[in-house]
Design a protein around this ligand. Structure first.
Ligand SMILES: [Zn+2]
Length: 356
């Protein structure tokens, strides 16, 4: 019985692999590619980035994914410019959607969390090409009073061969494969909690003394960096909550506090309204309609998710759940067009209007 099941499963895996190869072949046909692009492009794309720089050699893949090299960023901007794309701020995207101006080939760059490299590496490139961009800031990372657990977890995994958890459980992490596996496994566990930091501190209480909050705070912008960029019309500072929680798993008042208090703190520093937000983690598992309603009630004009897709005029009815295109390091800048038009078409199974 078990064997039979295995056989059937094996066949269906084979079938879906054949299907994938077939779809990939189809997507390599330039006429089909152009058709999908025409259907799936909408008015433009909001790019999602995190870090701009080169990862150190021991960075685990879960954190490595966040990096785009300065060279790739520059080449991609230059390539997209040569292809006739225009770069707009998130405010201009809002204006385009709400005033029903019909445009196409628009790109809005956004960077999440508020890393120092956004100022040191990315800002000079955006400035040189006159490209507007938005940084969504998690205020407690700037103030250094919350652990960005993905870095602390990586350090713990890299610095030991055996994990000793609070419940006495011991897990071997001597090989790179084991460390990679453990990173994603713990990530999954932490994201089942509203406050993953708290859960992290509980699970890794044995490592409490080795966690250097100041070390992690240095990876993030300081208020002076933020205020300097805030004075540049190219830069929009948006909110990314106080502590980077899983909003969907928090109670209503806590959801509002995370999004509202971040807004208040940012406004105090920037001396202007903060009207745009990015939801931490931002997918179906981490946000829902109630979260979006809280953001609307606070007064945010736009909200960006991590759902993959392009922006269409109909998104004027769902400004607080805009999809984005994940920008990662690719071997050639031309591949960004596959990420924009083809890849999400496949993952979304042909559905083009993506919202929560
Ligand atoms: Zn984030």
């Amino acid at each position: 019985m078990e064997e039979n099941k295995g056989l059937i499963k094996g066949r269906s895996v084979q079938k879906s692999n054949v299907m994938k190869v077939y779809i990939k072949r189809l997507l390599n046909n330039s006429l089909i590619k152009r058709c999908i692009e025409g259907y799936n492009a909408g008015i433009g794309s909001v790019f999602m980035l995190h870090r701009v720089g080169s990862p150190a050699s021991r960075v685990l893949s879960g954190n490595r994914n966040m990096f785009v090299s300065p060279e790739f960023l520059e080449e991609t901007i230059s390539y997209l410019k040569s292809k006739g794309f225009s770069f707009i701020s998130i405010d201009e995207l809002y204006e385009t959607l709400t005033r029903k101006k019909k445009f196409k080939k628009l790109i809005s760059f956004t960077l999440d969390d508020g890393y120092l490299d956004n100022y040191v590496e990315a800002y000079p490139i955006f400035k040189a090409y006159n490209v507007p961009f938005t940084i969504y800031v998690t205020t407690s990372f700037i103030e250094g009073n919350t652990i960005p657990w993905w870095f602390a977890l990586e350090d713990i995994l890299n610095n030991s061969d055996l994990l000793e958890l609070e419940d006495g459980n011991r897990i071997s992490i001597s090989t790179l494969a084991e460390k990679e596996h453990a990173f994603f496994k713990f990530r999954e566990v932490l994201l089942t909690e509203g406050n993953p930091q708290k859960k992290f501190e509980q699970l890794f209480v044995n490592y409490k003394d080795s966690i250097d909050l100041q070390k992690y705070a240095k990876l993030f912008l300081n208020w002076q960096n933020i205020e300097t960029m805030n004075n540049d019309p190219l830069v929009t500072i948006g909110a990314h909550t106080i502590s980077h929680p899983v909003l969907k798993r928090l109670e209503g008042p806590a959801v509002t506090a995370e999004m509202n208090d971040a807004n208040v703190i940012l406004q105090q520093h920037l001396q202007k309204p903060v009207e745009h937000i990015a939801y931490p983690f931002g997918g179906h598992v981490e946000i829902n309609k109630e979260v979006i309603e809280h953001a609307a009630a606070i007064g945010y004009k736009t909200g960006v998710t991590t759902l993959s897709g392009n922006v269409f005029m109909t998104h004027r009815n769902s400004l607080l759940s805009l999809p984005r295109i994940f920008m990662y390091e690719m071997d050639v800048p031309q591949k960004i067009e596959d990420a924009m038009f083809q890849n999400n078409f496949v993952t979304n199974r042909g559905k083009r209007i993506i919202k929560l």
